[in-house]
Structures are given as C-alpha cells and as structure tokens.
Design a binder for this molecule. Structure first.
Ligand SMILES: *Cc1c(COP(=O)(O)O)cnc(C)c1O
Length: 348
C-alpha cells in the first residue's frame, strides 16, 4: 500500500507555508490595501502592479478540461525543471534518500538531486532504450523515493513500453514514479495522466516548451494526486508563475488546434529527415523516434559534430553518453532547416 505521508520528508509534512496576502483573501472585488503594491499603476504601459494568483486557478481550470484532470491535480512551474526540483526536495533527505534514473536520459533529474546532495542510483536502459524492470525493482531500496521514467525518452526519442511503466507503478509502492512526458504530443501512446486516479504513487510531467512552442515562457506541468499537489504548492515560491505568463498561457490554451497542426508538420518533417539521413553513408543507424528528435549513429560523431558547428549548424553531440556512442541528437527543424543540415552532411 502506498502512503504519501511516508514518502514526504517529515519536516515538509509539518511545515507551515508562507501565507501571501492573496492567500488570505482570494476575492476579486474590493479595495486592495493588503499587499503593499503600487495602487496607482505600473511605470510601463499595462497593468502589472498587482500580484498574480499564486495558484493560477483560471489557467488550471482551462488546462484541466484539455487534459481531462481536475484543476486540483495540476501544478504549474517555471519550466518542468521547477517541478523536477520540487519533487526531489519534497521527498528526499539529503545523503540519506536516493532517486533512481534510467540513463541515457534527461540530465536535470541528476543535476537537481546533486544540488540537494541526494544520491542517484542508475539502471541503464537496454540497448534498444527500453526499461529493464526487473533490475529497476531490484535496485530500488527502502531509501529510494523516486523512479524517473522519461517517455518518450530524451535523447533516444522512443516511447517506453506501457507495460513496463505499469509494472513499476504496480510494484514500487515506497516512493513516487515520475513519468516525464515532455514529448507526449508527438507520440501515438496515450498519456499516463489517465492513470492518476488509479495510482497515487504516479506523477506525470509535461511541458509547454516543445509541441506548444512556448519554451521562452518557461512553463512546465506536473499532474498528480491532489494531496501531492498540495505538498508542491506548500514548498514552491508563492508567485512562481508571473502574471504575464499566466495571461499568455490562457491565450495559448485556446489554440490547441494550432499545436496539433505543428505536431503534424513536425512528424511529416521527421519522416522526411529520416529518409534523407538514411541515404548517407556516414549514417550508421537512426533510432526509432516517437518525438521531435532523432538520435543518429554516425561513422565519426565527434568529427561530424564539429564540422557542422563550422557550418553554423548546431546539433547535440551525445557520443559520450552511455549507449549513445557515436550518436548525435538532431531536433527536427523546419523543411528549410532540415535541408540545410542534409546538404551540409552530403558535403562532409
Ligand atoms: C525539454 C524537456 C523538458 C522540458 O523542460 P522545461 O523546463 O519545461 O523547458 C522536460 N523533460 C524532458 C525530458 C525534456 O527533454
């Protein structure tokens, strides 16, 4: 049986959070003399003089409808990176607890753990970038508070088999299973947000940085049980999402069609890029992708990566990463960008 109270650090459970002025009175109408704001206005045009809603309820209600979850099951942060950091800080005692990651994977899980002096256990993915569930469950110990599963994975691009994730959710009950779905919009698999009511040990991360094209706004989502979201709200900075971002997000949520259109275009370009890359003799393997990135094994990744830099074409050299020897990660660009890349590689 999963017990959230056993997973959260005891002092966080008992902590009294900062109560902002907007916590103590959440009504919209009135004469607001509670937060020491400038009631006259802002020094630039536009009204930025009032503190924003600390819980972003208006956008969460709209987002909840799109995602099919309750607004109270949503946390919004300054990028997914904020959620990654807070999930670790809520659960892991430094130098005592550990997290378990499945490399090669997104770098921030380990960096956030390292900052907090939290130990990191690693169980590499299999050579086809799937999860060795048996090894994962054997490696997790009583101090393991989080198992991170990135699906579709970065840098490999593939989706993790649903049955593997379900197996871990069913068998790891002493901590949280975080499924990072930053690239889920590009995949055909259904999101794990649909499983939240069944698994209180599940946290799903998504982001507006990829398919939605809002990387500059810094907007990440975490979906989890209402109780766990309450914990994240307790330890976040009170006004972690600024008012401008909340307003732009509200607008963006009305344009899901446009996001879906972009996804279609990107998938079409990915297919084309894949086909063109496969014709090149320097390309040894292209890993299957369920996202907007292609992991490509080259004859000599280091040399090719530096050659591309010389042509002002920036890719991500992953050749020093476990299971990614001689691999470069390529983000799918526009038709024009992909052509520039292919033409340069042809001349190599
Ligand atoms: C890009 C990416 C994110 C997004 O991070 P943001 O902080 O929301 O921009 C999260 N997880 C993975 C695996 C990613 O590749």
């Amino acid at each position: 049986m999963f017990s959230l109270n056993k997973v959260i650090r005891p002092h966080i459970l008992s902590l009294t959070p900062y109560a902002s002025a907007r916590d103590e009175y959440s009504g919209k109408e009135g004469t607001f003399l509670d937060a020491n704001e400038n009631s006259f206005g802002s020094v630039i045009s536009g009204n930025y003089n009032r503190y924003p809603d600390p819980y972003q309820w208006v956008v969460k209600e709209k987002l909840g409808i799109i995602k099919g979850v309750d607004a109270k099951q949503i946390f919004l942060g300054n990028g997914s990176d904020e959620a990654i950091d807070l999930v670790i800080r809520a659960t892991c005692e430094p130098q005592q607890d550990n997290i378990l990651i499945l490399p090669p994977t997104y770098g921030m899980y380990k960096v956030c753990a390292d900052v907090q002096n939290v130990l990191v256990k690693q169980v590499p993915l299999t050579p086809d970038f799937q999860v060795d569930t048996k090894k994962v469950l054997e490696t997790a110990d009583e101090h393991t508070k989080i198992i991170w599963i990135c699906s579709p994975n970065n840098p490999s691009g593939n989706i993790i088999e649903r049955s593997s994730i379900l197996h871990i959710l069913d068998n790891f009950k002493t901590g949280l299973v975080v499924v990072d779905e930053a690239y889920i919009d590009f995949a055909t698999e259904e999101s794990f947000t649909k499983m939240l009511d069944k698994y209180p040990n599940l946290v799903v991360l998504q982001t507006f940085s990829k398919a939605w094209g809002l990387a500059a706004l810094r907007l990440g989502m975490a979906f989890a049980s209402e109780d766990f979201i309450k914990i994240l709200n307790k330890i976040k900075y009170p006004y972690n999402l600024n008012g401008v971002t909340q307003k732009l997000l509200f607008e963006a949520l009305g344009k899901e069609d446009k996001k879906n259109k972009y996804v279609k275009q990107i998938l079409k370009e990915r297919q084309h890029l894949q086909k063109e890359l496969a014709k090149l003799s320097i390309v040894k393997h292209i890993f299957p992708s369920d996202s907007n990135q292609l992991l490509v094994r080259f004859s000599d990744a280091n040399a090719i990566f530096h050659y591309l830099i010389g042509q002002k074409i920036i890719t991500r050299n992953r050749s020093n990463v476990i299971l990614c020897e001689d691999c470069i990660r390529i983000s799918v660009g526009t038709k024009k960008e992909n052509e520039i890349l292919i033409e340069a590689l042809k001349k190599y």
